[in-house]
Design a protein around this ligand. Structure first.
Ligand SMILES: Cc1cc2nc3c(=O)[nH]c(=O)nc-3n(C[C@H](O)[C@H](O)[C@H](O)COP(=O)(O)O)c2cc1C
Length: 171
């Protein structure tokens, strides 16, 4: 039986958990998929691996469930519109209409201008409730020198980017 109060309390608690916003991108060979996700975390460095939690109703779920590789694209604060595009009514290929999308050797789409694009082959998955946890074995990483992440906190976008260091005064 559903505990509605506990669900509401959980949602309130999670509003206090700041998460960097990512786009998970994948392909089934014929179609590309991209969706905003914050349920992403590192798993281990031995081997280098991470995990993502994807709702079974998401359009990319079927491709992932057949074992497709994927990319975790960590967004910068200037990419909020892209996060919005990849979590709304516009679906499928139209989500790739903006952003510097490239394709990996394995045929996985990744964002060339992400803070970091972490390409993974899939190394297992299991279902829990409404979601599936997919384990990604990292195969390649493209990282930008900037650390200005787009962050989701209290139901809205923000950032935790540090201010640029003050310039030393000459003379
Ligand atoms: C900031 C943010 C974080 C999200 N995190 C997740 C997530 O971790 N897992 C998930 O399944 N959906 C997450 N979503 C919801 C999906 O992005 C959204 O349902 C998306 O539209 C699903 O893809 P589809 O439209 O192709 O089915 C998030 C949405 C937003 C705006």
């Amino acid at each position: 039986m559903k505990d509605v109060n506990l669900q509401a309390d959980m949602l309130q608690a999670m509003r206090r958990l700041a998460k960097s916003v990512t786009i998970i991108s994948t392909s089934n060979g014929a179609e590309r998929f991209a969706m905003a996700a914050t349920a992403v975390d590192s798993l281990s460095t031995e081997p280098p691996s991470l995990l993502i939690c994807i709702n079974q109703s998401a359009s990319s779920h079927a491709a992932l469930a057949t074992g497709a590789g994927f990319c975790v694209n960590i967004l910068g604060l200037e990419q909020q519109a892209l996060a919005h595009l990849c979590s709304g009514a516009i679906k499928g290929e139209a989500r790739f209409s903006s952003g510097n999308w490239l394709t990996s050797e394995d045929g996985i789409p990744y964002l060339g201008d992400a803070q970091s694009a972490i390409l993974c082959r899939q190394d297992g998955h299991f279902s829990y409730g409404t979601h599936t946890v997919f384990i990604g074995r990292i195969v390649r990483i493209h990282t930008s020198p900037r650390i200005t992440p787009l962050v989701y906190l209290d139901g809205r976008y923000t950032t935790t980017a540090l201010p640029a260091p003050a310039q030393a005064c000459a003379g």
